[in-house]
Design a binder for this molecule. Structure first.
Ligand SMILES: [Zn+2]
Ligand SMILES: [Zn+2]
Length: 477
């Protein structure tokens, strides 16, 4: 078994930072040692196969992106990253685990949806992966199937209060599913937007000739996120189901989460880099020589980017500091402009919803450390340790300690990363983050002990990534 020593670095975990050497034996972390330790009775550096000098660098647990959509069917097309291209891009960005969403479409048996996702992922991933299950149709058969998900290593499922006719579940279906989840310990992940009301507003805007991407943001008003967030909290309260609200973007939705958490309810929330950095005015309202006002389509996602003048972005950073939001995932769901997003020229409702951010999450959140929004430890907690605990991977993932999988990132705070479509590795014809400059750089990435990124070289291999059977959330009391 190959041994690797990561030496001279600063190990950063969710609870603190310290100078320490990390000894990797095969796929696992064998020891975290005082630098130069002779505790093992021999000169460690002289007895390993590889020494990684991390002087001046941070040594952190590999990123866990708990919200990705590879090959997701949406609006007559499919998200443009495959499990192969997506997990490769993740590795480049210091993410060593993804949790993707297996999809059950309405009318399809739940198990068939899950089997399809296993087929798509198996043998194609460069890093480890797990699944949440999208429940697209609640009936007796799928409720029964939900009861078996925990045995499959799937301990969380997602429902949608938006997208009528596609993924939508009404309140009756949500209550039934939450009752089932309450019995089994499954975590309910909710897309909390009032879809039927959004569809009315969107139809009225289009009828008025307001068809540009900007109006996607207006149709998906913050009131409809706040309302759905509150409704999902109350249905969870009623049924005793633990609730995790995905991609929170409105400050009023955060207030609802904080209110429920302050009462002691098992309620959690994630936001995404786009809701911290990007806005309705600057991105959805953008125009370019190539696309005119359709430029904004690059940033059409749901929940939508919100008005900076209303202060949502600042409120998201604040909520990450105060733990009203606990995690940052990407909701990575990339579509190209040509042949995909352009389906919605003349009608924003037909623009496939999604942004590609998987490769940049660790960098974008590190920039929050540089700018003083979050601490170094909170960076690790938001991007790795909490996702591991939230989704039943902790101990193997999300931590640097003996016995954990050797998923490790050496991050260089003196490095620099310029984000561009010219240099990214996601399968997209544009970057939602074009021109963003990061005061740091992913230097080395290990996935279960194997170096997959070495400086600017990719050494990963598709098929090395394994399916992760997940346990129950560690946050439930
Ligand atoms: Zn969603
Ligand atoms: Zn999503």
């Amino acid at each position: 078994m190959a041994k690797t020593l990561i030496t001279n670095g600063t190990v950063v975990t969710a609870t603190g930072r310290s100078a320490a050497d990390v000894l990797v034996d095969g796929e696992k972390i064998a020891a975290v040692l005082e630098p130069g330790s002779t505790l093992l009775g021999f000169d460690i550096a002289a007895n390993v196969d590889t020494v990684i000098d991390a002087a001046g660098k941070y040594v952190i647990p590999g990123g866990i992106d708990a919200h990705t959509h590879f090959e997701l069917p949406f609006g007559g097309t499919e998200a443009s990253d495959t499990f192969e291209s997506g997990t490769r891009a993740a590795a480049w960005g210091g993410t060593t685990t993804v949790i993707d969403f297996a999809v059950q479409t309405t009318g399809q048996p739940l198990e068939d949806g899950l089997a399809t996702w296993h087929e798509r992922a198996a043998g194609n991933c460069a890093i480890d992966y797990g699944f949440h299950q999208i429940v697209g149709g609640v009936d007796d058969a799928s409720l029964k199937a939900m009861g078996r998900l925990v045995d499959e290593g799937i301990t969380s499922y997602k429902m949608f209060m938006a997208y009528p006719g596609v993924f939508y579940s009404d309140d009756a279906q949500i209550v039934k599913a939450m009752q089932k989840a309450g019995e089994t310990g499954l975590l309910t992940m909710m897309h909390a937007e009032n879809g039927p009301a959004i569809d009315v507003l969107a139809e009225q805007l289009v009828a008025q000739g307001k068809t540009d991407p900007y109006y996607h943001g207006l149709a998906r008003a913050w009131q409809l996120e706040e309302e759905a967030t509150h409704r999902s909290i109350m249905l969870a309260n009623l049924t005793g189901a633990p609730l995790y609200v995905v991609h929170v973007s409105a400050k009023q939705a955060v207030e609802q989460l904080a209110w429920a958490r302050d009462k002691g309810q098992n309620v959690f929330g994630e936001t995404c880099p786009q809701y911290l950095y990007l806005s309705l005015e600057e991105q959805l309202g953008a125009s370019s020589a190539q696309w005119g006002a359709f430029e904004g389509a690059k940033w059409v996602c749901s929940t939508p980017l919100r008005a900076r003048e209303e202060g949502h972005q600042d409120a998201m950073w604040q909520a990450l500091r105060t733990n009203d939001l606990q995690m940052v995932s990407t909701d990575h769901c990339p579509f190209c402009m040509k042949g995909q997003k352009d389906l919605g020229i003349g009608d924003f409702r037909k623009i496939p919803n999604g942004i590609g951010s998987l490769e940049h999450r660790m960098d974008l959140m590190y920039q929050g450390v540089v700018s003083g929004e979050i601490s170094l430890e909170r960076w690790v907690e938001l991007t790795s340790t909490t996702p591991a605990r939230m989704f039943g991977l902790y101990g193997r993932k999300g931590v640097i300690q003996p016995g954990a999988d050797a998923d490790i990132v050496v991050y260089d705070p003196k490095g620099h990363t310029s984000i561009s479509v010219e240099t990214h590795h996601m399968n997209m014809d544009h970057s939602a983050w074009e021109g963003f400059e990061i005061d740091g750089h992913v230097d080395t990435v290990l996935s279960r002990g194997k170096i997959v990124i070495d400086g600017n070289q990719y050494l990963g291999v598709k098929g090395d990534g394994k399916y992760l059977k997940r346990g129950l959330s560690q946050y439930l009391i």
